[in-house]
Design a protein around this ligand. Sequence first.
Ligand code: NAD
Ligand code: TYD
Length: 360
Amino acid sequence: MSHSSPVFPAKLLVTGGAGFIGSNFVLRAVSAGHTVVNLDALTYAGNLDNLAALASNPQHIFVQGDIGDAGLIARLLDEHQPNAIIHFAAESHVDRSILGPEVFLRTNILGTFTLLQAALTYWRSLAATSAQHFRFLHISTDEVYGSLAPSAPAFREDSPYAPNSPYSASKASSDHLVRAWFHTFGLPVLTTNCSNNYGPFQFPEKLIPLMIHNALSGKPLPVYGDGLNVRDWLYVEDHCEALLTVLERGRVGETYNIGGLNEQTNREVVARLCAVLDRIHPAGAPHDRLICFVTDRPGHDRRYAIDCSKIHSELGWRPRESFTSGLEKTVSWYFEHDDWVKRIASGEYRNLLAQNYSTS
Ligand code: NAD
Ligand code: TYD
């Protein structure tokens, strides 16, 4: 089957669109003219507050439900006839995957399988032209490639998979399923593997929002191990723009790495955050006095780095935001949305902190 460019503006079935990246994507997609059917189970990480700006917008249809519910997905596809599926829904936090891996296997592997099967049935039922335009965009992570030595070249699309945590192993499995549904059944898939995102609406269990939240509350800033682990950081809006670019112009069956060209050790990230906080929210004493080193994460990957030359040369995408401006925007957003964090920082969140930081 030949593939034509997807229809624009389109009707998109987005999974996990009430989470961090998903909600940023939904807001952007709707403002670009697309209509979004947003399927999200509203786990601890899903938050309809993120989508308050779309409350009375007919271009956004929210459905609470699980990607593992085959009947529900079949009904949604039949009723809404989307032009593409954008698959964000996942359990996404490495530390939680160490504390309780089962739900990662259920959602990330079995959930993706269920979605692929429903997508395949739906795609096969479409008229030839609609089928040629259809896309299944699977959102994945650079963590599937494992850990890099300090001077090793960055991950490329053809780097071998070597996942080390239950989270990355479950995402790697889902990537393999997506690949197989293309090669065996011809489902028109696209996969993206992205580095660490930061920005508005990120749940404060991840490094940057956790540090901002703790710093604003005068609490310790817990850096794991020696703090010299390296991540590549990308502002979430740059990621969303890359996803729309891949959806529009990516070659079916291909994988695209997305990165921020911005490798930093955790120590550097926290020090820079403290400097921004000192400027935006002076606390009488420098915020870096709150930094403390705590027990390392088991199996902690030392370094991730992304070579994003393929998406740049093929599709013309590059990150726009600098780390300095991105961090300033992010700190300002959390500072101005104290109520958003307060609503989250309740019972379930406190349990995670008690479990995850108990030996420190
Ligand atoms: P998140 O944890 O903030 O959001 C996940 C969303 O999925 C939540 O809204 C949750 O309610 C929903 N969800 C979970 N299980 C579900 C289920 N069974 N059915 C339906 N909905 C369910 O995650 P995020 O950080 O926004 O990440 C989104 C995607 O991007 C994930 O697939 C993740 O692996 C990938 N990714 C994230 C990053 C990052 O830095 N955050 C980097 C690269 C790739
Ligand atoms: P995280 O945001 O959990 O993303 P990932 O593990 O998917 O890369 O963590 C980013 C880095 O920050 C990682 O090396 C672990 C480290 N980290 C800390 O040092 N302290 C913390 O409290 C957290 C949550 C993470």
